[in-house]
Design a binder for this molecule. Structure first.
Ligand code: BEZ
Ligand code: FE
Length: 300
């Protein structure tokens, strides 16, 4: 029997886990234990605080449903999802378009729309155009690339947040033409509060953070053999563009509609022009951070 003290307990745990046959699991768990123990020593974690943390994580788990992933939201507000995305982008041999968070409002079953159609079900007030090309890293067009888009309406609300989520609006799947071009019409999305009615929202409130995401349009862009791109375009004039609660904004993804764009494939409405560059996919690669929660629940 060994008498463990505040530091030797860490070595004792690492020793017991050292025989883990799966190399990656061994590496990840050893590092996790080292950092967790260092953290507890650093803040001199008390038994009450430890219990409070267990209670919080229990609430986070209990808030999860097939349509809501509170653990992903926790990862988002801690900047962990953004960090994982940033590291994943760096693993690309050459730089493709920067990624951003998938978020909880992606749907697999969005309608297929023809190029030029609008994703807004209702006759919109301030319509604008989004257009561009999907290419490889050298600018070569990727014909028939798929471009899935989703966003809030002009009031900052996703279709999934209305009623029981039975309406379908402000989303669509487009197929690029033979030159890798896409264009669609939409209305201006509005910035919105992340889901604040659960334990993560309570945490955000207790930290006096505003809880807003700046206005954005989500994109999931893919072509066979290329790395699937999860990203978003952010609107420059949003008041929270510098302080996104989930750290998804990067300069390269900030855009504004232009009133007069001679290149735009439709005239008479403002246009955002953005070209997406996809890298080659590595074998067994999955690049999405924040997958569809219903899939996570179904998978286990
Ligand atoms: C979103 O952009 O839809 C989102 C991302 C992370 C947390 C909440 C919302
Ligand atoms: Fe969003």
């Amino acid at each position: 029997m060994r008498d463990l003290n505040e530091t030797s307990v860490t070595d004792a745990v690492l020793e017991q886990m050292a025989g883990t046959p799966d190399e990656r699991l061994r590496e990840v768990m050893a590092s996790l234990v080292r950092h967790l123990h260092d953290f507890a020593r650093d803040v001199r974690l008390t038994p009450q605080e430890w219990l409070q943390a267990i209670g919080f994580l229990t609430q986070v788990g209990q808030a999860c449903t097939p349509a809501r992933q509170e653990f992903i939201l926790l990862s988002d507000v801690l900047g962990l999802s953004a960090l994982v995305n940033l590291m994943h982008d760096k693993t690309a041999i050459e730089q493709g378009t920067e990624s951003s968070l998938l978020g909880p409002f992606y749907r697999q079953d969005a309608p297929d729309l023809a190029l030029g159609e609008t994703i807004a079900a209702k006759a919109p007030g301030h319509e604008f155009l989004v257009y561009g090309r999907v290419t490889d890293l050298h600018g070569k067009a990727l014909p028939n690339a798929s471009v899935q888009v989703w966003q809030t309406d002009e009031d900052g609300v996703y279709d999934l947040q209305k009623g029981r989520g039975e309406t379908m609006d402000m989303r669509g799947n487009f197929r690029c033409d033979a030159a890798g071009r896409f264009h669609f019409r939409t209305v201006k999305p509005l910035g919105y509060l992340i889901p604040m009615d659960g334990p993560v929202g309570k945490l955000v409130h207790s930290q006096h953070r505003h809880g807003y995401r700046p206005a954005h349009i989500h994109f999931l862009v893919g072509a066979p053999g290329y790395r699937e791109l999860v990203t978003a375009l952010y609107l420059a004039d949003d008041e929270h563009i510098e302080t996104d609660t989930v750290f998804g904004v990067s300069n390269a993804l900030v855009t504004s509609p232009r009133d007069e764009d001679p290149q735009a494939p439709m005239k008479g409405i403002p246009a955002i022009h953005y070209d997406f560059r996809l890298g080659i996919a590595a074998a067994d690669e999955a690049g999405r951070v924040g997958a569809d929660p219903s899939q996570i629940v179904a998978a286990h």
